[in-house]
Design a protein around this ligand. Structure first.
Ligand SMILES: *[C@@H]1O[C@H](CO)[C@@H](O)[C@H](O)[C@H]1NC(C)=O
Ligand SMILES: *[C@@H]1O[C@H](CO)[C@@H](O)[C@H](O)[C@H]1NC(C)=O
Ligand SMILES: *[C@@H]1O[C@H](CO)[C@@H](O)[C@H](O)[C@H]1NC(C)=O
Ligand SMILES: *[C@@H]1O[C@H](CO)[C@@H](O)[C@H](O)[C@H]1NC(C)=O
Ligand SMILES: *[C@@H]1O[C@H](CO)[C@@H](O)[C@H](O)[C@H]1NC(C)=O
Ligand SMILES: *[C@@H]1O[C@H](CO)[C@@H](O)[C@H](O)[C@H]1NC(C)=O
Ligand SMILES: *[C@@H]1O[C@H](CO)[C@@H](O)[C@H](O)[C@H]1NC(C)=O
Ligand SMILES: *[C@@H]1O[C@H](CO)[C@@H](O)[C@H](O)[C@H]1NC(C)=O
Ligand SMILES: *[C@@H]1O[C@H](CO)[C@@H](O)[C@H](O)[C@H]1NC(C)=O
Ligand SMILES: *[C@@H]1O[C@H](CO)[C@@H](O)[C@H](O)[C@H]1NC(C)=O
Ligand SMILES: *[C@@H]1O[C@H](CO)[C@@H](O)[C@H](O)[C@H]1NC(C)=O
Length: 811
């Protein structure tokens, strides 16, 4: 059930469903009370409110305390949290994509399940228990009598006594967010979440100390400092320092009339400040035009932090160069000690090839990486430890202490660390210092020949080295011989191994296909995986794709062909046959007479513009093809390279998706480009750089394709003036200014006369283009919306408003 139906069901059902949990006074509750997280999975409500602060600002947002769904897309786990959100009149429903932002939560390391309970005991203790009754969190019993619980106009959850004095408040236990009016007291921390969709704490935190703001990456025995902003504080007495988020500033206050400010943009609408999972301290503000939260200020950035200065920018052991991540000595095949955690996502960091073990401390060595700086602040470390040691002493001490993982040096100073976060490569001349990093690596005994020989055992080592290389050669020889032998056997056997199964694609000989295509003479096009040629088998016209770089074993190839061949759908280009001989790999597809979509929408061939109806049909066809791949196949298939070149058209402009399943056919090692990142620039979803890849990357690319179809241009068009090169950027700007109409293809009068519908279609594209992959709709939802389009434009308009509300384009 997609949101379309869901929304209406929920509106109808939400009131009775929630009445049981709804307190008589919205913002306040009196003990004893028990609330159960009885969210009905059928409705998949994102939150069950317990207290609602009805006071709201001009932007219509209010504060809610309640159970919030903390997983997507199905609610498996929940947090008891305080949110800023936009509660509709029922006070009940929050749409899947509503802009609810958690500003506080109870024990976010341990989300609870359905049927968890929150008990407000008569003793005045607030207790959260999981469904199995296990204790998850409590406000603690202070021994004072508690008269009630209230959520204040500032978003503070307060337990108060009969004199109205605060017994406990959420503002004293901040998580990763400050709201206006809230203070971070000296010693308190804001700790970042593991990721935008995982509320577990990570190792980054920011804290207020006596003389300013400090940001650290946690490590034992000492945290590593990555940012510092010191105040000119002259302390009188010992009142603690606090930092308060205000309208227009982050104010550090350490006494009456003793304050200093970090200036922030003045608030037009509701703001909050959050330490994000990447270590940035960002100020967010509600944007009423786009109905979404936008970043209005990068607080640490404004004080000189560079993207490469953040400790997790390139993961552990990663080296950041102008925002790009690499591993130490990545390009030096003769001495490689680190490998990327994930080839395709270099920002996840690197791991040592040989794990460090304390048992073999004698095989530890420090690898020198020149011209590397580290964020950890040398000065602080030195003053705290009151010692200055020479680099060689530092290195020696590190080699002798198993928990030391690296020594980082600047000029004559050095620090040793027990955990190596991201490093930064720097120009040697930047500021006169010599920078270098010495990373501890584990040599296997066979690697010993690489180790710098010390004088007394030089001879032994050289002999060892010679013996070592002879052994290596011998081994290599044996391995190669074995490989060749196996391969020969495999190929011989393989030629006879494959029987034609009914319903599977036909196997052709290379000779036959060469003949059909007149020796590959009529080239139709060229794609990421190889060239496509026109041919004829009997009367049937075919397209033959000759794969390049497909060096995988025949067995794997055949398995993949069988999978692709078994996928049949009217909106997917059909695989008719294949050929696998020696190193040749060919695929035979049905022929699509009108070629690929790009020929029809970019006006490179002086074609007449497509009318609105045809464009609509094409969009729906693509959606159906993709939906089948994502949701209806036996094995879920993400296409990973949706773009107009991969959409083919038949005589009647029915669209079919081509090239699905091919990534699998290409040997991972064949092409760096393919393994690092699949797809085509301009159509790539942002999460390629950061997180797990799901089929939602196709939804993003689909959004780009919709925009191209509607506006009749390429997303990235370098022939345009600089400010107009990227269509998606213009879209962002036009959305904010409510000028979407400007983007409609001017070549076509028909398009212009259907403006209203076209704008609705753009809103669908915007929905698909959201930065956060989880918020993008599934393809089946897209189809539902598309099918409603001509029938009930008013309903769609209503939905589109909701969708706009969730618009979450981020630059
Ligand atoms: C609701 O709470 C407010 C204080 O927040 C209080 O003044 C009011 O009397 C309460 N109303 C009811 C019906 O309990
Ligand atoms: C929650 O409790 C209800 C009624 O006791 C039960 O039907 C339901 O299966 C429970 N849900 C879960 C997820 O345990
Ligand atoms: C308690 O505080 C609330 C607001 O903080 C106020 O409206 C109410 O009048 C106070 N009640 C008493 C008894 O002081
Ligand atoms: C959240 O992050 C923590 C720590 O990184 C990890 O252990 C946990 O499995 C993650 N949870 C989910 C649901 O991904
Ligand atoms: C800091 O900001 C607060 C509130 O905006 C203001 O009252 C105070 O005077 C400012 N202090 C300085 C030193 O500018
Ligand atoms: C912040 O202050 C400005 C004036 O300095 C005012 O116009 C604006 O309304 C305030 N914003 C909020 C959210 O109170
Ligand atoms: C590694 O080599 C590639 C190309 O061979 C180059 O683009 C890249 O900058 C190099 N990386 C480093 C860290 O030298
Ligand atoms: C590769 O590493 C080895 C040993 O660390 C070093 O001697 C050699 O110069 C490096 N080569 C390059 C191209 O950096
Ligand atoms: C390190 O700390 C000192 C103060 O102890 C400060 O002056 C300097 O700017 C800091 N350096 C960095 C890179 O943060
Ligand atoms: C090893 O280093 C750790 C971290 O720097 C330190 O806490 C520990 O005392 C050191 N152990 C020895 C034996 O020096
Ligand atoms: C590091 O900097 C020095 C100058 O201090 C320079 O001579 C050297 O080539 C640099 N090394 C690398 C690997 O860039």
């Amino acid at each position: 059930m997609g949101p379309v139906k869901l929304l209406f069901l929920v509106i109808a059902a939400a009131a009775p469903l929630l009445s049981a949990a709804k307190p008589s006074n919205n913002s306040m509750a009196k003990p004893p009370m028990l609330w159960t997280n009885n969210n009905d999975p059928l409705f998949n409500l994102v939150m069950l409110p317990i207290l609602i602060q009805d006071y709201h600002n001009s932007d219509g947002l209010n504060f809610v305390a309640g159970f919030l769904c903390a997983s997507n897309p199905t609610c498996d786990v929940y947090l008891f949290a305080v949110l800023i959100t936009d509660v509709n009149n029922d006070g009940a429903m929050v749409d899947e994509n509503a802009p609810a932002q958690v500003i506080w939560s109870a024990n976010r390391d341990r989300p609870v399940r359905a049927n968890a309970t929150l008990e407000f005991t008569s003793g005045g203790n607030l207790v959260l228990r999981d469904a199995d009754g296990s204790h998850v969190w409590s406000s603690g019993n202070s021994g004072r009598h508690v008269d009630g619980m209230v959520i204040t106009e500032m978003g503070n959850l307060v337990l108060f006594d009969h004199r109205n004095a605060t017994v406990w408040q959420s503002f004293d236990h901040p998580t990763d967010t400050l709201v206006p009016g809230q203070s971070l007291m000296e010693g308190m921390r804001l700790k970042a979440n593991a990721s935008p969709i995982n509320s577990t704490e990570n190792e980054l935190y920011i804290t207020v100390l006596q003389d300013g703001l400090y940001a650290y990456a946690e490590s034992t025995p000492r945290p590593q400092l990555y940012f510092l902003h010191q105040m000119q504080i002259q302390r009188i007495g010992n009142a603690p320092t606090k930092a308060t988020l205000m309208n227009g500033s982050l104010s550090f206050i350490w006494g009456p009339d003793m304050n200093e400010n970090i200036t922030l943009p003045v608030a037009q609408y509701t703001q909050y400040m959050r330490l994000d999972s990447d270590g940035y301290l960002r100020l967010y503000e509600w944007s009423s035009s786009s109905q979404s939260w936008t970043v209005v200020y990068d607080i640490l950035g404004s004080m000189g932090m560079d993207p490469c200065d953040y400790p997790t920018v390139c993961g552990e052991y990663g080296i950041c160069t102008g925002g790009q991540c690499t591993c130490p000595l990545e390009n030096n095949s003769s001495s490689s000690y680190f490998k990327p955690v994930d080839d395709r996502k270099p920002n996840l960091g690197c791991t040592p090839l040989a794990p460090l073990t304390c048992q073999e401390i004698q095989h530890h060595q420090l690898l020198t990486i020149p011209n590397i700086s580290y964020y950890d602040n040398f000065t602080i470390f030195d003053t705290q430890n009151n010692k200055r040691t020479s680099i060689s002493d530092c290195k020696q001490a590190c080699l002798e202490n198993c928990s030391c993982m690296a020594v980082l040096c600047r000029g004559g100073e050095c620090v040793s660390v027990t955990k190596v976060f991201s490093m930064q490569s720097i120009q040697p001349e930047t500021n006169g210092y010599d920078y270098s990093a010495y990373l501890k690596v584990q040599l296997s005994p066979a690697d010993e020949n690489k180790k710098k020989p010390s004088n007394e055992n030089k001879k032994k080592v050289m002999l060892g080295a010679r013996l070592g290389s002879v052994t290596t050669l011998l081994l290599l020889f044996i391995v190669v011989a074995l490989y060749l032998q196996r391969r020969r056997k495999y190929e011989e056997k393989d030629e006879f191994d494959f029987d034609q199964l009914p319903g599977t694609p036909t196997r052709y000989s290379f000779e036959k296909l060469s003949e059909c295509t007149e020796e590959f003479s009529k080239k139709l096009g060229e794609g990421g995986f190889g060239s496509v040629f026109e041919g004829k088998i009997g009367e049937e016209r075919i397209a033959v794709k000759r794969l390049e770089g497909a060096r995988q074993g025949k067995k794997e190839f055949l398995a993949e062909v069988e999978t692709i061949g078994s996928i049949e759908h009217i909106n997917l280009v059909r695989l008719i046959g294949f050929c696998a001989e020696k190193s040749e790999r060919l695929l035979v597809y049905e022929y699509m007479p009108r070629g690929s979509l790009d020929r029809w929408i970019y006006y490179r061939h002086n074609n007449v513009p497509l009318d609105w109806c045809t464009r609509c049909r094409i969009i729906l066809d693509i959606a159906k093809g993709l939906c089948y791949l994502h949701e209806d196949c036996r094995r879920k298939i993400a296409h990973l390279d949706i773009k107009p070149q991969n959409i083919l058209l038949d005589d009647n402009f029915n669209a079919k998706v081509a090239d699905f399943g091919l990534c699998k056919l290409i040997n991972r090692d064949q092409s760096k480009v393919v393994t690092m990142m699949r797809g085509t620039p301009g159509y790539l979803a942002p999460e390629w750089l950061t997180s797990r890849i799901t089929e939602k990357v196709d939804v993003y690319s689909f959004g780009v394709v919709i925009m191209e179809i509607i506006s009749g241009r390429k997303n990235i068009d370098n022939s345009q003036p600089e400010e107009n090169v990227e269509l998606i950027n213009i879209l962002r700007e036009k959305t904010q200014n409510n000028q979407l109409i400007d983007l409609i293809d001017k070549h076509s009068d028909d398009m212009v006369s259907h403006q209203e519908e076209v704008v609705h279609m753009m809103k669908l594209a915007i929905w698909c283009l959201q930065h956060d992959s989880i918020r993008r709709p599934s393809m089946s939802t897209v189809i539902k919306v598309l099918e409603e389009l001509p029938i009930n434009i008013y309903m769609f308009d209503y939905l589109a408003k909701l969708y706009l509300m969730v618009l979450y384009l981020q630059s």
